[in-house]
Design a protein around this ligand. Sequence first.
Ligand code: CA
Length: 307
Amino acid sequence: MAVVVGRVAALTDPGRRRRHNEDSFVCEPPLFAIADGMGGAQAGELASRLAKTAIEEVALTTIGEDGVVDAIRAANARVFERALKDPSASGMGTTATVALVDEVAGTIALGHVGDSRAYRYRRGALAQLTIDHSLVGELIRSGRLTEDEAAVHPHRSVITRALGTEPDVDVDTQTAEIEAGDLLLLCSDGLSAMVRDDEIARLIEAAGAEPEGAGAALVRAANEAGGIDNVTVILVELVEGEPRSRDAQPLAEEAHEANDMERTEEDVGAASKRRHGAGRGSRWPALLLVLGLLAAVVFVLWWSFLA
Ligand code: CA
């Protein structure tokens, strides 16, 4: 038995202070990503959306760390070129954290730029897999700031590496091993800046590590702590199972559901978990065609019977 993707949940919420949601995400097993945009007016939304689209296009057809790097570089180029052409989007940028699960190898390829995080929850313990490319992150690592001081630092949202602000970007990558029973968590800083790691672990445990329930609890906790920023979480359960072949992995139905869910959540917030079945409407023309042919056959038979 291999370790494969089980249940997944992706939730995004504008938070309590902001009108716009500048976070975008990809939840198309085995590919998961979060982009947290920045820039004036609506440029942050544009940057994260451009990055999301580029990541989807590239990473779904690749594998491993190289695939993740290619996807993030493509996203960087897409955002950078748009910012050059469009004065209203000048200076925009975004974070990007990408996780590509390799069910055959039993690993996750991770790549990131900025401060959107990836965590692995295993048997009650939460481990941060990514290193924040942020001002406070660097101050903590050099011993000049404690975690508690960073939590209230006025510049805690300043990132030191972004996607889309330079022609090329330096991507941090790693391959993390996974076990059945692990839960992968990706989040924007709207969660990690509002809710401490030990509290995140406690909420996941209280939800029985079930992705949808745990995700809702995390978004609620970020909002209850003030909700000063957009908050996005993706939770991926890893279970024992048969690996899907690479060809079958971008499941069309699930991809459509994820997109529909995201649109719904952007409109009405994370409280809604309404899902639409994909392609259900497209069955009607086929059904009408069959009925039409049947009617024609009956008519011809009836006509020949009379004649
Ligand atoms: Ca943010």
